[in-house]
Design a protein around this ligand. Structure first.
Ligand SMILES: *Cc1c(COP(=O)(O)O)cnc(C)c1O
Length: 356
């Protein structure tokens, strides 16, 4: 708390609030943390997604109407970003064990106009990156990552979320594993031209003041939020570790035949448990457990109750069969997960679920 107050005071005293040293320092620190060359701070996660895609279009790597494979089971922002820039999202069903895009279904989803894959490391779990990277390169597809839920998730060899593809987008919405005190986002890439393009597009399409090369937008990471993130970044690893501890307790101590627990990946660090999602056998049973926990003052959420293709915003746009995503939406439940949960609180959650 004090470190945040001090950081905010530093910004106030500096008298410089946009495109300054805090943003530069955080971009460098976060790029280094993720093992990527370039980082460009932007206004939020949705902008990070759409600006990395638009930058790829301005650079001639993608063209209007190109198809991008995205998971059917994701937060709406992933799909919105693709359609907002004039690309066509093609939904791929999740795997039952991971909730992430099923790599076995990619082949069938690729068409003549498919040019990219946008993976989402949903709930904080890295997608099957070896398989997906291999698939993308053998099919000549650009690989993008939505890392909004996966800050710090990494493979055994140290490669982290955000370092696998052509570009990656992060959100620092306050509830994310690394959260600002307001809206913030970042684009990571190893390609300098992508970084420069994202920076120009997010600053009115301008590389030089008052010279507008592109029809850009205003989406920048301001100094206050950058200072907050810079102060919080050193705690990310330990707070992810605490999340893993809680997840391990849930997985070993929840014992109820009605409840399906998530799989812990082979390397524990592949998962940063942005949320802890359990599954029940039916919608009725899920709703009953949610009510049962609520009566015991245990708040739960559903990530997400309506999959993107069933949202009114996308009525009639997706004609495929997405029954796995639909059945997940009806049967999943996110139980309390936060690095500030105490051991007793975790025990209470476990006790209540076992009693159900
Ligand atoms: C939070 C989130 C976003 C959007 O981030 P904002 O900063 O809220 O715009 C995008 N994708 C996923 C998977 C998210 O969880």
């Amino acid at each position: 708390m004090d470190s945040l107050k001090n950081a905010a005071a530093d910004v106030v005293e500096s008298g410089w609030y946009i495109r300054g040293h805090f943003c530069e320092r955080f971009e460098r620190a976060f790029a280094d943390f993720c093992g990527v060359k370039y980082a460009v701070g932007v206004g939020n996660g949705l902008d990070a997604l759409s600006l990395m895609l638009r930058a790829s279009m301005e650079l001639g790597r993608l063209h209007e109407g190109d198809e991008i494979l995205v998971p059917a089971n994701t937060y709406i922002a992933t799909v919105l970003a693709v359609s907002a820039v004039g690309l066509k999202p093609v939904l791929v069903e999740p795997a039952e064990n991971s909730y992430d895009m099923d790599p076995k279904l990619l082949e069938r989803a690729v068409g003549a106009r498919t040019r990219g894959i946008l993976v989402v490391h949903l709930y904080g779990r890295l997608c099957a990156m070896d398989e997906i990277c291999e698939f993308a390169s053998s099919h000549g597809l650009l690989l993008f990552e939505d890392c909004a839920q996966a800050h710090g998730a990494r493979l055994k060899d140290g490669r982290k979320a955000g370092s696998f593809g052509f570009a990656a987008a992060f959100s620092f919405y306050p509830t994310k594993n690394l959260g600002a005190l307001g809206d913030a986002g970042i684009v990571l890439t190893n390609d300098e031209s992508v970084a420069n393009m994202v920076r120009a597009l997010g600053n009115y399409g301008s590389e030089r003041k008052y010279v507008n090369k592109f029809k850009g937008v205003n989406s920048r990471l301001d100094e206050i939020q950058a200072a907050m993130l810079l102060a919080k970044l050193p705690d990310l690893e330990s707070s992810n570790e605490r999340r893993r501890e809680i997840a391990a307790r849930y997985c070993s101590e929840i014992k109820n035949a009605k409840v399906l627990l998530p799989e812990i990946p082979q390397t524990a660090s592949e998962h940063v448990w942005h949320v802890f999602v359990i599954r029940l056998k039916s919608e009725e049973s899920r709703n009953a457990l949610q009510t049962f926990l609520k009566e015991r003052s245990i708040e739960t959420l559903i990530h997400y109750p309506i999959p993107p293709h069933l949202q009114e915003a996308y009525a009639h746009e997706f004609s495929g069969d997405y029954r796995i995503a639909e059945s997940m939406a009806k049967t999943i439940l996110s139980i309390p997960m936060s690095p500030v949960l105490t051991d007793e609180e975790v025990s209470e959650v476990i006790g209540a679920i076992n009693e159900f």
